[in-house]
Design a protein around this ligand. Structure first.
Ligand SMILES: *Cc1c(COP(=O)(O)O)cnc(C)c1O
Length: 359
């Protein structure tokens, strides 16, 4: 029960907290920014829309050091790269992987090269990669193309690939499932999660299984994966050549962890489903103005999906929706899509302000 009992100051980062569950040894240099131990926040507004006494929680992984769950995988991948003597890492990224790779690589004294699809990375994420000191290479092509290139580069040159084909990434990411069980005392009935490359859904499933085998929980959740309608290869059953969605973090047409994802679906009696950009934005706004939680558009796909499948949620069930990234990553989407009243250009006097306030 580490996650619930420790105050934040004492949290050593997820490798130390879950060391016995991870492939590390005393020879592994632990590169950490004290990631993990993110809150599980009750979501009464979402729960109210489902009714039936259902409890909904948000696993807010946007509170990791670089603002997304990618830090969980990156602390492992970078520590293991350092252990192996690597001096540089490379990744393809829709933004969050590059931010995390850059931060952890630099902290570990390594160079970081990141390939991004030019023009399709949210501004905050690009800012992070630059500020953390990565070498950013923007290509005229989408994520899938960028991934193919970095895989070739990593095969031909002495550089470590830190995309989620790197098995240490999933090892680190599985700790989120441990934290969910540590906080709830049991696995949820449903886990709702956005799916891009399907690394995270695979990692959660691994974590839930390991904890159950060790007697830390008695059941396994149904794994409900949600993709954006314009980039839903797992729903369609085939790759999507030109993926398109406002949720850029899951704008992926050819998921590298496809086989894992299909296995998770069948083993957990789960499902994949597409949610439209309009449904994603509605959930995004509900989370912000109803729950006070600001996540990325991609993250809101988990809640959009839950609401879409509300009729199937069993009465009294406990549901966890994974909020994969922080809303501050992508301020332009928030400024464009909100229901706020924003009064601008007013004279600086009390009477004017009171009048627009409705007094
Ligand atoms: C990477 C990412 C995803 C998708 O995770 P996969 O492991 O690729 O399925 C979802 N949301 C955000 C915010 C991400 O950064």
């Amino acid at each position: 029960m580490l996650g619930t009992k420790r105050v934040h100051q004492d949290w050593p980062g997820l490798i130390e907290a879950y060391r016995r569950w991870l492939p590390v040894s005393s020879a592994t240099p632990v590169i950490t920014l004290r990631e993990g131990a993110t809150p599980l926040i009750p979501a009464p507004c979402v729960a109210e829309r489902i009714g039936k006494g259902v409890r909904v929680f948000l696993k807010y992984d946007g509170l990791n050091p670089t603002g997304s769950f990618k830090d969980r995988g990156m602390t492992m991948a970078i520590s293991k790269a350092r252990e192996a003597g690597s001096e540089a890492v490379i990744c393809a990224s829709t933004g969050n992987t590059s931010a995390a790779a850059a931060a952890y690589a630099r902290r570990g004294g390594m160079r970081a090269f990141v390939l991004i699809p030019d023009g399709y990375v949210a501004q905050g994420k690009l800012a992070q990669a630059l500020l953390y000191g990565a070498e950013v290479i923007a290509i005229k092509g989408n994520f899938d193309k960028a991934l193919a290139i970095v895989q070739e580069v990593a095969n031909q040159y002495p550089i470590t690939l830190v995309n989620s084909v790197n098995p240490y990434r999933l090892q680190g990411q599985k700790t989120a499932a441990f934290e969910v069980i540590d906080a709830l005392g049991e696995a949820p009935d449903w886990l709702c999660i956005p799916v891009g490359n399907a690394g995270n859904i695979s990692a959660y499933w691994m974590g839930f299984n390991e904890y159950r085998q060790a007697g830390r929980s008695r059941r396994l959740p149904r794994m409900m994966g949600f993709q954006a309608a314009g980039s839903a290869p797992l729903v369609l059953g085939h790759s999507v050549e030109h993926p398109d969605t406002i949720a850029t973090a899951i704008r992926i047409g050819n998921p590298v962890n496809r086989d894992n994802a299909l296995r998770v679906r069948s083993e957990s009696n789960g499902d994949f489903m597409a949610v439209t950009d309009a449904e994603i934005i509605e959930a995004y706004k509900l989370l912000g103005s109803g729950e006070g939680v600001f996540c990325e558009p991609a993250s809101a796909a988990s809640v959009a999906g839950l609401l879409k499948r509300r009729d199937e949620v069993p009465a009294g069930a406990t549901v966890v929706c994974v909020l994969t990234g922080n809303g501050l990553k992508d301020p332009s989407t928030a400024i464009e899509h909100n229901d706020a009243r924003f009064h601008t250009g007013l004279e600086a006097d009390t009477a004017t302000v009171a009048r627009v306030m409705g007094f």
